[in-house]
Design a protein around this ligand. Sequence first.
Ligand code: NAP
Length: 314
Amino acid sequence: MSARDVIIIGSGPAGLTAAIYTARANLKPLVIEGIQAGGQLMLTTDVENYPGFPDGIVGPDLMAKFREQAERFGAEFVTADVDEVDLSSHPFRVRVAGHDETARSVIVSTGAQARMLGLPNEHDLLGHGVSTCATCDGFFFRGHDIAVVGGGDSALEEANFLTKFADKVTLVHRRKELRASKIMQDRAFANPKIEFLWNSVVTDVKGDGRVEALELSDIETGDTSELPVTGMFVAIGHDPNTKLFVGQLELDDGGYIVTRPGSTVTAVPGVFAAGDVQDHIFRQAITAAGSGCMAALETERYLETLADVSTSVE
Ligand code: NAP
């Protein structure tokens, strides 16, 4: 079977936007959407900051609309995880569901995952008081008492941001020193709405359908306590989904795919990366969608250059 024009790996906002654009460009994309299709928005409830939805939209409904739009223009989908990729020769090879697919270009949009604490209740309460994104969910906590877990730049940035809405933000950190940069620390220490709980770990998230309190343990004394809050923002870092690409694409120290600034071009010509897999700064559905569009347009241009080369050889 001849190689396809493009395979898109991943089906969050970046992958599905790339699918819409490449499908409309008649490149007949194959989207390998993964077993847990749809990306991080599948784990959220209300999305109020995606333009075009003035009344907000539930995360999974938004992703269903993205998918429907890509399908409408002829994108094909495989609901499975990619087992292996070979980007060392052209056309590229992608092994999925026991067989090989080949393509002249690949768009990688496998996303990232927020690290979680690993508590039993945490996943059930995600979107119901537990959040991994202050920008997305802060607004829902106007006038509430909430907690942020972590001691790095993300945790302090989120804590500061959340004080715009919450009455009180308790930062729960497992050590006595913060990992965050000095400037972020100074800002947080100067913020009267932020309280610090040092040497503390969350051992349970309590609540029936919504977060009501955190159970905490002091790691030095072993004392336990309960912190009544309606929200817990987990800000202990993210892991990009790049295991498949180790040794094949250039990755940075955090494991994110390195793209040329201002583009989605990776170290391998014909392979483009879009969304959170290459962005550890913005991490928004709209920025991911934007970079998915960029990847599609850059793919189109790349395929045109291949066509030019083959015409000039003939
Ligand atoms: P990070 O720097 O790796 O910090 C993670 C924090 O979470 C650490 O304080 C760590 O504690 C804590 N932690 C990790 N696992 C934990 C667990 N299981 N339970 C409790 N606490 C846990 O991650 P990040 O804050 O997301 O930042 C990632 C990168 O982005 C950094 O390079 C950061 O500087 C950058 N960033 C920059 C900005 C900015 O400049 N505006 C904003 C956000 C992020 P320990 O300290 O004890 O290890």
